[in-house]
Ligand binder design. Sequence first.
Ligand SMILES: NC(=O)c1ccc[n+]([C@@H]2O[C@H](COP(=O)([O-])OP(=O)(O)OC[C@H]3O[C@@H](n4cnc5c(N)ncnc54)[C@H](O)[C@@H]3O)[C@@H](O)[C@H]2O)c1
Length: 291
Amino acid sequence: MEFDKVTVCGGGILGSQIAWQAALCGFNVTIYDIDDEKIERCRGFHQHYAKLFKTDKPFLNLNYTTNLKDAVSNASVVIESITENMDSKKKFYEQLSNYVSDSTIIATNSSTITPNKLKSYVKKPERFLALHFANPVWEANIAEIMGHDTTDKNIFEKTVEFAQRIEMIPIKIYKEQKGYVLNAMLIPWLASAQHLYFTDVADYRDIDRAWIISTKSKIGPFGIMDIIGLRTIYNIILMDAKKTGKKELFERAEKVKKNFLDKGKLGLSTKEGFYKYPNPEYETFLDKHNV
Ligand SMILES: NC(=O)c1ccc[n+]([C@@H]2O[C@H](COP(=O)([O-])OP(=O)(O)OC[C@H]3O[C@@H](n4cnc5c(N)ncnc54)[C@H](O)[C@@H]3O)[C@@H](O)[C@H]2O)c1
């Protein structure tokens, strides 16, 4: 069978989910991470997913290792989901090239480092592309597939097929785009909402109300920021501030730090961010729009 052995490198938040999803769909999956502690963390995530999905079956298909050679030598597909850091990724791909077979598809799940920046460290660049998942993989079940300028078209199509086989909805991206398609839309949209709130134009609830009622969405920008996590939101704002030097962005980052991070309000994960959880107030915005 094609794709009979799937290897996920990096068993963190996303890697553990990708591995679980592929194992749930019947694939033989190996997870490689750097040390036993990280492997145990990944097993812990999987025990949690087993409760969530009410099944232990994927464990029959899951293997864990800290040996890269064993992990990748017979793999049909290698999905790299290691820490988002250029130096770590570069070293990883150089190491990987020593062991991976010439017939393996190699995919990165990186959110911000495009495949073009990594391809020169990969043994067979034409077999390398991005396969980008969203969090949580099984709910936000899109997979963005994006090659670089010399990715083989057959490899692109095979990766689309693989995404479908693990029950993802493939989003095909035909040329390199920073942020893929989802984040290329989402990040500027969130920034517009932040500008309106942090410069006192409107209350965040009214900004969400306007969006939810007019587009019939279940959620608005501030609800989404709570799900992403306000530490990540803070990091994105600060990165943008440093890049552009804009005073408004430094002030915005400071407000997020003071009003949320310093108070332990990190969003959904701590049960409080802009909204309190469970049952955030925005869930009532559609019901009440006629009053
Ligand atoms: N968290 C998200 O919502 C999300 C969404 C889409 C894509 N991504 C991407 O997924 C990747 C991983 O993100 P994450 O949130 O899972 O991070 P994470 O910190 O939870 O996990 C990263 C894992 O990679 C391991 N690792 C680091 N260097 C390694 C190496 N050389 N070999 C093997 N394993 C190594 C770490 O030990 C850790 O277990 C990043 O590229 C990120 O951009 C994350």
